[in-house]
Design a protein. Structure first.
Length: 442
């Protein structure tokens, strides 16, 4: 039996004991009150019958026996008349008592330490006072306590195994979740945590399954990232090594040596750019690189891209159409980082556009703010890749290499709190976009 099950049994048993004690005490008080009031009702009924018997001249000894009356007296014009009494000494005491001060009903203690219940019935023939020994009440309550004690004890004994079964039933899915969590820590993400409990435990199991799937997905991406970075490092390093060995062995002419050195510098620059991208992405994801926001003109900012890509566009005979807003608008953002985002969007559009095609850079007003988009009419993206295209190297092995560019763009846009996304149809078009909210528009 697990620790949690034992704790549940302990807690439930404690609650049951408290409930039993509470029920026992309240039942005792209620039954005592109920019994005493029932006795008063019987004494009242007895006094009424005795009154009727006296009025009609009949005997009332049977009434005294029926109601187990200890004493019955009639107080008429200050005179005490004994109607019936099994306690003659008691009657002499009663004669010395101010009977007119007695209430309608109550308890009376004699000098002999005997307790009586009494009822005073005021009639036209005088006050009929009926007394009954209270020992019957004590005996009744004693019997009641014994019966209640037995009932509650039996209930407590039965509840222990019931609580044990319920405890195991409650803890079973929790123990299952614990085992699943341990499996996740050991790298086993194929976990069975289904729990049809229709409560928070089922919600927790579903959350754990989602977490396991997410971690597994992140691990796959991490492995792919390491593999791709390693590949990107390995290729230029191999070129550098081979060219360096050729130069070292002095087997090249002066012209070839310069060409080899040029390639080495090119590969070193490529490695440097890759390292800078990795460092940049790490800073952005860690929140280390703080945005340097400023006010700048959006129209002038977008127009600069035509010159930036003029030569690049000519290599594939592409045209860049820039659609600007009707009026000049300033925005508040980090211009350098936003430039990198749009630059990456256009660079990817050029890579995947067909020769002689068109690329559109647009700024349009929407209800949420200003939407900036880059659209090409090239290869398009498979729908199954679209959701994960912002991940590091996600498409590198599938379409020629998105690398770290879109991952960096994603982090930049997240830091700006700009909504962003991609819309694409395979073989027709791809549109990358982000929205500058109204709060960032001057």
């Amino acid at each position: 039996m697990g620790k949690l099950t034992l704790r549940l049994i302990k807690y439930f048993s404690g609650i049951i004991v408290l409930v039993v004690i509470f029920c026992f005490l309240t039942s005792s008080i209620f039954l005592s009150y109920f019994y005493v009031n029932m006795q008063y009702s019987e004494l009242k009924a007895a006094s009424n019958k005795i009154y009727e018997a006296i009025k009609s001249g009949e005997q009332y000894s049977d009434i005294v026996s029926e109601y187990q009356i200890s004493s019955a007296i009639l107080v008429k014009n200050g005179e005490i008349i004994t109607l019936s009494s099994s306690k003659m000494g008691m009657m002499s005491v009663m004669k010395n008592t101010h009977l007119e001060d007695l209430k309608e009903k109550g308890k009376y203690s004699s000098p002999m330490n005997q307790d009586f219940l009494y009822y005073k019935n005021s009639t036209d023939i005088g006050d009929i006072i009926i007394l009954q020994n209270n020992k019957f009440s004590g005996e009744y309550m004693k019997s009641t306590y014994i019966i209640l004690s037995i009932i509650f004890l039996v209930a407590l004994i039965i509840s222990i195994p019931v609580v044990s079964v319920l405890g195991k039933r409650i803890t079973r899915p929790i123990i299952k979740l614990q085992k699943a969590a341990l499996d996740i820590t050991q790298g086993n993400f194929d976990i069975d945590v289904e729990a049809n409990t229709k409560d928070e435990i089922e919600e927790l199991s579903n959350s754990l399954k989602i977490m396991a799937d997410s971690i597994e997905k992140k691990n796959v991406m991490q492995r792919d990232f390491i593999a791709n970075v390693s590949h990107d490092f390995k290729t230029p390093l191999s070129v550098i090594r081979n060219y360096s060995e050729a130069i070292y062995d002095d087997i090249l002419g002066e012209k070839d040596k310069k060409e080899y050195l040029k390639e080495i510098i090119k590969e070193v620059d490529r490695l440097n750019l890759l390292v800078m991208d990795i460092l940049q992405l790490s800073k952005l994801q860690g929140g280390i690189d703080i945005l340097k926001k400023e006010n700048f003109n959006l129209t002038e900012f977008l127009q600069d891209f035509e010159n930036s890509f003029r030569i690049h566009l000519q290599t594939k005979n592409l045209s860049l159409k820039i659609k600007l807003l009707d009026s000049d608008i300033d925005i508040y953002a980090d211009s350098n980082y936003l430039y990198r985002v749009i630059y990456n969007f256009i660079d990817n559009a050029i890579k995947f556009s067909h020769e002689g095609g068109e690329i559109a850079l647009s700024a349009t007003k929407e209800e949420q703010g200003i939407r900036i988009s880059v659209k090409d009419y090239g290869e398009g993206i498979d729908e199954k890749y679209a959701d994960n295209i912002w991940e590091r190297y996600y498409k590198s092995q599938k379409s020629g290499g998105m690398g770290l560019g879109l991952a960096i763009c994603s982090e930049i846009l997240k830091l700006h709190n700009f909504e962003y996304g991609v819309i694409s149809e395979k073989g027709k078009y791809t549109e990358f976009y982000f929205t500058i909210p109204k709060t960032n528009i001057i």
